[in-house]
Design a protein around this ligand. Sequence first.
Ligand SMILES: *Cc1c(COP(=O)(O)O)cnc(C)c1O
Length: 419
Amino acid sequence: MSDTPADTTHPQGWTFETTAVQSSIPRGLGQTIGFPIHAAAAFQFDTLEEAQLEFQQNTGLSYARLQNPTVRALEDRITTLEGGAATVAVASGQAATLTAILSVCRAGDHVVSASSLFGGTTGMLGNILPLMGITATLVDNTPDAVRAAMQPNTRLVWAEMISNPAGDIADIRAFASVAHEHGALLAIDNTCGGAGFLCRPLSHGADIVSQSLTKWAGGHGSVLGGAVTVGTGHDLTRNPIYTDGGEQSILRVRGDAALAWRQRWFGAHQLGMTLAPHSAFLIAQGLETLALRLERESATALALAQWLEAHPKVGKVSYPGLSSHPHHHLAQTYLRGGQGAVLTFEVPDPSTFLSRVRVLRIAPNLGDVRTLVVHPWTTTHGRVPEPARHAAGVTPTTIRMSVGVEALRDLQADIEQAL
Ligand SMILES: *Cc1c(COP(=O)(O)O)cnc(C)c1O
């Protein structure tokens, strides 16, 4: 019996709930029922030849910037939950976004993205990638708008499964067909899709899933992490990164594993945005209760959204579970188990409202077990130009709420007294 991470189970066919607690538990040393934490920077070899082989293949364990058994067990679990072929876990959601984009783009290439985006992604597309010669066009969250923005050098289409805070839903199948017609890939940020619980974008035609594990996967506001997962069947034959070099091209040498290989190479090996084993442990533990939390949070969010929509002191309420939401039909097509835990609503005086809340906490995170609220206009979207703020569904009176696992009546009572 070995204690290497290769010796793990991949129980295909189980539900998310069962997979989340049963999959990828490493066998061997000590036979812990959960994930052991491998606090190691390097792994030892018995012979020169063994070390040489590992340095040629990079498939096992040598140095922990590349691979660590705890991190790999988490990666395997996420791969199974997302229904993918391979995952690289990295230090944050932001690191995952960068890894995903650099895996298919280089200087001279172009990204088309739906503009309803997490602020950090907008910043990366607008400020960081241009430094590397990669440009982006941000468009309305519709297949027609994406199609109109496609260029001969477009390598990637990007959208969020459920956008934050507006709750737009990516029309994955339509986006995938536009991307594939142009020889590009589709990447979905599945952070608000809860690591595959509400939706598995790869099963609808997406090629890459990128996500922040800081939010619902971790679930307790205690750890940062991110992951990039690839599916099977993506076509890289029209991307010169993969075909340059003829017989020696990445595609020829790496075959079906080329995309996953490049993601690990960039995200972990070269850029060093490696996830720490202790963080991987916390996230793996969080995943075990994700289904319970997100199901409860989604049910509470829907009940709160309906209640707030009828409340005389509250203005517009935005939640994809409401029939008034423009993407309600897409939510019904793509989401199962709930429509997510994030909603926005308008209050007459955000400053007074936030000064009065007692159960709700003012904090910028999402997916915490506690209900968190922010005033996006002055915080998360404070640096976004005003027209883009409005386009993202943020006005001076908008409150964003990430619903936790508290009882509905306690949340209602707190909101009522604060209003
Ligand atoms: C938070 C978030 C990110 C970035 O994740 P970090 O872990 O904070 O780096 C990316 N995308 C979405 C949708 C997010 O909500």
